[in-house]
Design a protein around this ligand. Structure first.
Ligand SMILES: [Mn+2]
Length: 336
């Protein structure tokens, strides 16, 4: 069956009875998850006349993402405690059934799953399971849905989807596919640049620079690997932000940044090198003590009970990359 046929049968199923649909992102949603949810929301509106509900759990931490939601009028809300009872169907975007980074219990049947993370033996029970590990963003897959049904993408949605693809692929520089490239270029013509600029370069709170200072002073290097500890992070997304930043340091090709937020240890890993599988590495680093995932050049996750599991996690990281921890030094050692 073609993708369009599969989507058509999903629409037929929900259309007449005006079913209540909930679109769920992963915990602490990033721009790709938010944009994909918004795109799927618009898809249901245009094809079935249904106004779905978009829920997330955790927090929308990163300032850019909060401004994105605000400026582009994205109807995303924090999941209420009793949300499970209120809907006939659930969709998952940028995550999949059984993954620990979403709040949907595994017994719930799913209508549509759209994701681009590797499958970790999830029980993929649903009407339409669309997991494409080779694609750089979930947003690009959603773009394809909209295109299949010849739905015109309004400016705010185009801006969101563009930003989703851009952040997940670092502007078509890492882990991207021809699908990402196609829609990145197509959406570009319809982006609201003023809004995009405000999203990408927002005013930053002082806490941001406080975390930044911690990241810089704690950074330690072994060969081409840099590790930084944020201590208490003011938002979980700070680890990814700092990891991206450190990856720009000359001579560094692999970065780990971690920090604690609400009694959980968040971590992000980045590399410049080809042929890495950091998603899998992250999964293994957190196995049994939390959860991890990602792609080739980016990975991340969360570790529970950092007071006892942080050292286990770090030792696994040292071992994985043959780091002699007594030889870790600051990057400015020997500088004047
Ligand atoms: Mn994504």
């Amino acid at each position: 069956m073609s993708l369009k046929d599969e989507l058509t049968s999903v629409i037929e199923k929900v259309k007449d009875k005006k079913k209540k649909i909930c679109i769920l992102t992963h915990t602490n949603p990033d721009p790709d998850a938010i944009a994909s949810a918004y795109g799927l929301w618009y898809f249901f509106k245009e094809t079935a006349g249904i106004e779905a509900t978009i829920y997330y759990d955790g927090i929308i931490g990163r300032i850019n993402n909060r401004i994105m939601v605000d400026l582009l009028d994205i109807p995303i809300k924090k999941a209420r405690k009793d949300y499970l009872k209120k809907f006939d169907y659930f969709c998952l975007v940028d995550t999949q059934p059984g993954k620990k980074n979403n709040c949907l219990p595994t017994y719930k049947k799913v209508l549509i799953v759209i994701d681009h993370h590797f499958e970790e033996g999830a029980e993929n029970k649903g009407d339409l399971i669309d997991i494409r590990e080779n694609v750089g963003s979930t947003a690009a897959i959603v773009c394809q849905y909209l295109e299949e049904f010849e739905i015109e993408v309004p400016e705010n949605l185009a801006t969101a989807l563009f930003y989703g693809i851009k952040t997940d692929t670092d502007g078509l520089l890492r882990d991207y596919s021809s699908l990402d490239e196609k829609y990145y270029k197509k959406l570009f013509l319809n982006v609201d640049y003023k809004k995009l600029h405000k999203i990408e370069y927002p005013e930053l709170p002082k806490e941001y620079f406080f975390d930044f200072a911690d990241a810089i002073t704690s950074a330690r290097i072994f060969k081409d690997i840099l590790i930084a500890d944020l201590g208490e992070a003011f938002v979980p997304d700070m680890t990814g932000e700092m990891a991206d930043y450190f990856l720009r340091m000359e001579g560094v090709s692999l970065v780990l940044v971690y920090g604690v937020f609400k009694d959980m240890l968040y971590f992000s890993i980045r590399t410049k090198k080809r042929g890495k599988t950091l998603g899998k590495v992250s999964y293994e680093l957190a196995e049994g003590i939390g959860s991890g995932g990602g792609h080739n050049k980016t990975g991340g996750g969360v570790v529970q009970h950092p007071e006892k599991n942080k050292d286990i996690f770090l030792d696994r990281f040292y071992k994985k990359f043959s780091i002699e921890k007594e030889k870790l030094t600051t990057f400015y050692t020997g500088m004047k």
